[in-house]
Design a protein. Sequence first.
Length: 264
Amino acid sequence: MTGVLIIEGVSLSQGAWARVSLSARPGPVVLSAAGEERALRELRVVGTARSTTVQLGDARVAMVEHLFAACAGVGVREGLAIEVEGGALPLLDGAARAWCDALAGLELASASPSLRVRRDDEVVVGESRYRFSTGTSPRVRVAIDFGDPRLAGEASWAGSAPDFVERIAPARTFTLARELEELALAGASLHVEPESAVVLTPNAIHAAGRPFTSDEPARHKLLDMIGDLYLYGGPPRGTVEATRPGHGATHAAMRIAIERGMVE
């Protein structure tokens, strides 16, 4: 296995330079920042505005979902140490393909998730609905009503690593035109490469680099959800179908599902 890979770039959540070291190391997947280190299951979700922020000791790391989605998609369940310098992970390609390529360089073993759906049931969080069904392999589906006829309203993944890398991982983050000023004022859009984000306006869809397809926003919502589920050891074996998912709703639904014994 390759020793250490260094990934650098600008974070979308903070508009600041970030540096991540990925290394192969025996044991559980761990995240470290500012002198603190925690295993995946010990991380606490403390923020869900636009991305997922986790806390480890006194340190916080934002925008973990793209890297975690890559880990889930290719089946990395142990043997990985992630060290972050800065308060957030870099945006990179705006998706998870760059993280998948980095993980491939470490030649880590893949494994099925230990988390599984124990019974068919559902959880409702505000306007979001999560349906859990038993099964032998991970399946995830999202249904989104964008209110925009130009955009497809659903996307799904059946647990295949090659399919994740080729179809789900390249789906870029997207933003609405009305959100751009808010992002700019927060410094979140500083130095972000045009190829890493899709901008949706009433009259046009702006996307540099890879051609845009109508289901890309839905695939990115799916990517985000897969990354959020990874924090709990998922996506679980079985099916998770989400209607109107979001970072906050997904974490709330998983906490409820675990408390009720729906997944374990």
